[in-house]
Ligand binder design. Structure first.
Ligand code: SF4
Length: 188
């Protein structure tokens, strides 16, 4: 019998490669918990893009709530950090912790996340938080680096073929501002 794995999914396009890679070894359920995505319109857009993919491939999914206030409380004091800096591990932990709680309450053996597929995220930050939570909750964590072997590129291509767009900033308002400033500097 396959082990039950709860896959934390950050967005639809990133899930395509990871789901296919894991589905032969695990019984999968997707878990969308990302109140780091702002504004709410963008959050809904990414959630609905994922829902389209999940429906098409008949993936079981859980969509957890949009706990925006709790997310801002969690990252308080780290607002001025750059993307990939000290705010991101706190954000990863906040999201993954909810997945671990769900996993323990619903009898999953393991948790994994699509987060490491992004070239702009530090894999060690994600896996460090996942491993600490695995100890805390007594549920396994699959420490992976899905961007290896062109994972991101493949996922992006598959997303485009299905007509789903990859977002152009990580998610939080700080990463959105950072991206806008970067674009403005590059266009000068
Ligand atoms: S840049 Fe991305 S990972 Fe870092 S805090 Fe913002 S949403 Fe979270």
């Amino acid at each position: 019998m396959k082990k039950k794995l709860l896959l934390h999914i950050c967005c639809g396009p990133c899930s395509l490669y990871v789901w296919k890679k894991l589905q032969t070894d695990y019984e999968l359920c997707g878990y969308f918990f990302n109140p780091n995505i702002q504004p709410f319109g963008e959050y809904e857009f990414r959630r609905l893009e994922l829902a389209k993919i999940a429906e098409r491939f008949a993936w079981p999914m859980v969509y957890a709530g949009y706990d925006l206030n709790d997310w801002f409380a969690a990252i308080r004091g780290f607002e001025r950090e750059a993307e990939r800096g000290a705010r991101c591990p706190v954000c990863f932990r906040f999201r993954l912790e909810r997945a671990f709680r769900h996993a323990r309450e619903h009898g999953f053996d393991t948790v994994a996340s699509t987060l490491s597929i992004s070239p702009s995220k530090v894999t060690a930050q994600i896996n460090g938080q996942g491993q600490a939570l695995a100890e805390k909750y007594g549920v396994g964590f699959l420490a992976e680096n899905f961007k290896k072997k062109d994972g991101f590129l493949i996922s992006r291509r598959e997303g485009e073929a299905l007509g789903v767009r990859h977002q152009d900033y990580c998610g939080c308002v700080y990463s959105k501002v950072e991206r806008l400033l970067y674009r403005r500097r590059s266009s000068r």
